[in-house]
Ligand binder design. Structure first.
Ligand SMILES: [Zn+2]
Ligand SMILES: [Zn+2]
Length: 143
């Protein structure tokens, strides 16, 4: 989904279209994720949203993100061993993690079409493409 144009109404339609009952908390969680470009963790989402929704719990966020993943509107990134990040951009793209500042960037990639659904007769359900290094901001700041 296009991140810049997300509205609460748009989020609602999107959830309904994907078979998800659009409760207020689910909507807020999806909206937050859709607006974010930093691939937040449950902790970050909790930190941001609990100011606005004091009744929100980490368990609710975790369960909601699990539901979103099952419905295919959110992907989980295991670019780090110790934490799971979430992404509402379900289009095929790679991730670049800066080992200096910890930011995770979206990187456009194209896979050969013959690798889209099957490779060597294996059926592909998920694709993850991770890169690590020093991001352009950190390169500027040190150079
Ligand atoms: Zn960086
Ligand atoms: Zn991403």
């Amino acid at each position: 989904m296009n991140k810049s144009k997300i509205t609460i109404e748009g989020a609602k339609d999107y959830l309904v279209k994907n078979g998800i009952n659009p409760s207020y908390q689910r909507l807020k969680i999806f909206e937050h994720l859709a607006k974010s470009t930093s691939h937040p963790t449950v902790d970050i989402i909790y930190h941001e949203l609990s100011k606005e929704i004091p009744t929100l719990s980490k368990t609710t966020i975790y369960n909601t993100l699990n539901l979103f993943q099952r419905k295919g509107i959110v992907i989980g990134l295991t670019i780090e061993d110790n934490k799971l990040r979430y992404d509402s951009n379900t289009e095929l793209h790679a991730h670049f993690k800066c080992t200096k500042c910890g930011e995770v960037y979206d990187i456009p990639v194209e896979f050969p079409p013959e690798m889209n659904n099957k490779v060597n007769e294996h059926i592909v359900d998920e694709r993850h493409f991770y890169m690590k290094g020093t991001c352009r901001n950190c390169t500027k700041n040190t150079g």
